[in-house]
Design a protein around this ligand. Structure first.
Ligand SMILES: Cc1cc2nc3c(=O)[nH]c(=O)nc-3n(C[C@H](O)[C@H](O)[C@H](O)COP(=O)(O)OP(=O)(O)OC[C@H]3O[C@@H](n4cnc5c(N)ncnc54)[C@H](O)[C@@H]3O)c2cc1C
Length: 364
């Protein structure tokens, strides 16, 4: 049995603790409560929602969405999927349930405990020093432990959002792919007449109220009231850390840096990687490295797809095509590389005669 120190009581650190059975775990969380302050929109695909619902309780999963409206400078694209493909996770209930689960396994979750790196086997908290056999670094996008072990800092982007009142009666998620001063922005209706509106930007100085007004106009969703702003930073896609150091220190979540390049979501990777990290703690670091490398290589390919504005703008066109051709599968929400392949195949299915005549034309 090993003693494992987990730095950070966010989804990544708490999920690792909740899945670890044969070792003693201590989670250090600097805030007085887990899950707060909140920074994430909490939209995930079916894989992540089902995984967490089965592990914890179905209550952590809120409403699902099957209709998306993409606003682009080429026009608006409404896409309705046959089934719900994205789900809202209730926060901070998610972190609270994960912490309860970890504690029910005998692990300790120390809140109000800011950890400082000591070395490969030690963590400093206040005046004290804790010794561990393994350390799991899950201290988020600004990871101090990443800087300590790897040196340097990663590029960060700013996610700004607000709970807003609306009376659109809308059940669709709106995504604006061509906002000014932001990479993309979104509106997500929650239960009742409240929703979350937000944007990802590299320029955190843009006035959030002006940004919200402009995105409300572009998405044609009037916001009656802005209740509360919240948000945080995301790691710029592409800055992936080494998954472990000497089989002793492991990185996961935003500290690892795997982020979806189209949506900036990180929760899917956490759910995929936490079970492998638990195996790695048990002495098989290579299984973790393999999984990180697999996800990272697809992630890099997706980053290339997402890297130019034109490709981003065209993505709803391809998405619509894939959905109409019947090739869409719920895993495509998280695995965009599959969408890229399917978007090449879709026209063959949808317009066989057109493809045939092009092929004949090329053959002449
Ligand atoms: C605006 C915004 C919207 C997002 N929307 C989505 C979304 O819709 N879907 C999705 O999948 N992802 C989304 N993300 C990304 C997602 O929030 C992250 O990928 C996820 O929170 C990463 O979890 P984590 O546990 O690695 O880090 P965090 O959630 O950042 O948790 C890290 C924890 O460590 C604690 N901590 C940090 N340093 C220390 C220390 N030294 N000692 C002790 N504790 C420490 C922090 O207090 C925090 O609780 C969004 C992010 C932002 C900013």
């Amino acid at each position: 049995m090993s003693r494992v120190g987990v730095i950070g009581g966010g989804p990544a650190g708490l999920l690792v603790a909740s899945l670890t059975r044969d070792h003693e775990v201590v989670v250090f969380e600097e805030h007085p409560r887990v899950g707060l302050p909140r920074h994430c929109t909490s939209l995930v695909g079916r894989y992540t929602a089902s995984f967490l619902s089965e592990l914890l309780t179905s209550r952590v999963v809120g409403r699902g969405y099957k209709r998306f409206i993409f606003h682009t400078s080429l026009g608006d694209y409404t896409i309705e999927f046959g089934d719900e493909i994205a789900f809202y996770l209730r926060r901070p209930l998610l972190e609270e349930k994960l912490a309860e689960k970890a504690q029910s396994l005998g692990h300790v979750v120390l809140t109000g405990a800011r950890a400082k790196p000591g070395g490969l086997t030690t963590v400093r908290v206040g005046e004290g020093t804790y010794a561990f056999d393994k350390i799991v670094v899950a201290d988020g996008a600004r990871s101090e432990f990443y800087t300590f072990f790897h040196g340097g800092r990663r590029g960060l982007l700013y996610g700004v959002q607000a709970f807003v009142g609306h009376d659109s009666g809308d059940d669709a998620i709106h995504v604006d792919l061509s906002p000014r001063k932001a990479f993309f922005s979104w509106f997500l209706p929650l239960d009742g007449d409240v929703g979350i509106a937000g944007y990802i930007t590299g320029r955190h100085l843009a006035d959030p109220r002006i940004m919200l007004r402009s995105l409300s106009k572009r998405m044609r969703v009037p916001f009656k009231k802005v209740f509360r702003f919240f948000g945080g930073v995301v790691v710029e896609p592409g800055f992936i850390s080494r998954p472990h150091i000497g089989g002793r220190v492991f990185f996961i979540g935003d500290a690892l840096g795997l982020i979806k390049p189209f949506t900036y979501g990180g929760l899917y990777y956490i759910v995929r990687l936490a079970p492998k990290l638990v195996e790695a703690i048990g002495g098989k670091p290579e299984t973790y490295v393999k999984e990180v490398e697999k996800l990272a290589s697809f992630n890099r390919a997706e980053s290339i797809l997402a890297s130019t504005k034109t490709q981003r703008l065209l993505s709803p066109v391809f998405l619509k095509l894939v959905n109409s051709s019947g090739l869409f599968n719920y895993m495509d929400y998280d695995e965009h590389y599959k969408l890229a392949v399917k978007s090449i195949i879709s026209p063959l299915l949808l317009y066989p005669s057109l493809v045939k005549s092009i092929a004949e034309g090329l053959g002449k």
